[in-house]
Design a binder for this molecule. Structure first.
Ligand code: ASP
Ligand code: MG
Length: 426
């Protein structure tokens, strides 16, 4: 008998039928003899709809009230799910974030979990109940107010509960089958991974993969939580996300796992490139530029600086498309002080990343990438690397083709086309 935490995303509880299907799955787990704690998201697009409503009554909704509003989405789904389980003859009890002891800081809309005190959950488990917890929400002790953890925060709720309750596994259910070697909608030959290390998962998520939220993976890595990402809509096994020193449960069952050098290929269409042209090539200019960009709130990803022949140089960097306008405005405001000649904004770029822990110990991984792109006649505009990742910026119109070529070059193509349930991974 194990303690299993399950998280169901909005698409898994979108309507009454789906809620009943999820209830059945939970009951099946309970019948198998396990203790079950469930973190649930708001039904379907509820959170977006509530946000729209808020924006209709106020241009900038008060953060405290916005959290009161948004946290109501998960209260609906948790109560309905508990009712559905009841009607199947099982004891279930739902809890809000604060009842569940999800203690956060006071940052409305982006609260961080600082402590989890699941006293009431333990009591309910001891009494044989299935526990349902509203995802995405917490409580701050100083302000005594309800907080939310930021979009997609239910993943983090689930992982934090799993850590606090020392659960055997945290199963994250969505409408995709697990973690793939690439987005199956971009690369039909992408394959589902049996497992991926949490450090690879973090790089994939940070570079465009959308199945798991970075904060949840980070939390799991810090607290030694085993994640199993799988689909609500099929009974097939998903992908294990393994932290340091964690044993793959399937390996323990005798399966032989070969470790590929490259775990996956991520594609990201969400970045824009800004070039600060004609920057005086003297010490301190990069510092000035990136201080201005940081102050604008833009989150810089890749940076390249050209060699200068004329005493002036160009510095290019990428930021999320949504941050570009603020960064450009801030830079334009300080043009004379910094002394650059002009700004170029390019939002037609795509980023391709290859991620794999095997890069540490294998040479030639980047050569394979560059050869594949060159054979495809695809031009590279920027390059950056980490210990286990190589990223390149390309024209956005080249990204899909580039990703397919590279996926093939690393031997990641599967025999059959991946089944895509047209899901978003939420
Ligand atoms: N309902 C919240 C959102 O849509 C939290 C979640 O789904 O994880 O962002
Ligand atoms: Mg949602």
């Amino acid at each position: 008998m194990a303690l299993i935490v399950q998280k169901y995303g909005g698409s898994s509880v979108a309507d009454a039928e789906s809620i009943k299907r999820v209830a059945k799955r939970i009951v099946d787990t309970r019948r198998a003899g396990h203790d079950v704690v469930v973190a649930v998201s708001a039904m379907g697009d509820t959170t977006d709809e509530l946000l729209d409503l808020a924006n209709e009554v106020a241009p900038i909704p008060a953060p405290r009230e916005l959290d009161m509003l948004l946290s109501s989405g998960e209260r609906i789904s948790m109560a309905l799910l508990a009712m559905a389980i009841h009607s199947m003859g099982f004891e279930a009890r739902s809890f809000t974030g604060s009842q569940a002891g999800m203690i956060t800081d006071s940052q409305h809309g982006a609260a961080r979990i600082v402590d989890v005190t699941p006293v009431r959950l333990r009591e309910a488990l001891d009494e044989g109940a299935i526990v349902i917890v509203a995802g995405f929400q917490g409580f701050n002790r100083d302000t005594r107010d309800i907080t939310t953890l930021g979009r997609g925060g239910s993943d983090t709720t689930a992982v934090a509960l799993a850590a606090a309750l020392s659960a055997d596994v945290c199963e994250i259910y969505s409408d995709v089958d697990g973690i793939f070697t690439a987005d199956p909608r971009v690369i039909p030959k992408a394959q589902k991974l049996d497992h991926v290390s949490s450090e690879e998962m973090l790089e994939l998520a940070a570079n465009g993969a959308k199945v798991l939220y970075i904060r949840a993976v980070e939390y799991a890595r810090r607290h030694g939580v085993l994640i199993h990402a799988r689909s609500t809509f099929s009974s097939s096994e998903g992908t294990y996300v393994l932290g340091e020193g964690m044993k793959n449960p399937r390996e323990a069952e005798g399966a032989v796992m070969e470790e590929p050098i490259v775990a996956g290929v991520a594609t990201d269409f969400s970045q824009a490139k800004i070039t600060v042209a004609g920057v005086p090539d003297v010490p301190g200019k990069a510092a000035e530029i990136f201080k201005i960009v940081a102050k604008s709130g833009a989150n810089v990803d890749m940076i390249v600086q050209n060699v200068s022949a004329t005493g002036r140089t160009d510095i290019s960097f990428t930021v999320p498309k949504a941050d570009a306008a603020a960064a450009l405005k801030a830079l334009a405001g300080e043009q004379t002080e910094v002394g650059f000649q002009n700004l170029i904004h390019d939002d037609q770029i795509g980023k391709l990343s290859v991620v794999g822990a095997g890069m540490r110990t294998h040479s030639g991984v980047s050569a394979t990438l560059f050869e594949a792109l060159s054979a495809g006649g695809i031009n590279i505009e920027m390059i950056s690397t980490s210990e286990i990742r190589i990223s390149v910026v390309l024209r956005d119109t080249d990204l899909t083709e580039a990703a397919r070529t590279v996926h093939t070059a690393y031997g990641l193509d599967g025999d059959a086309e991946a089944t895509v349930h047209a899901g978003t991974g939420r």
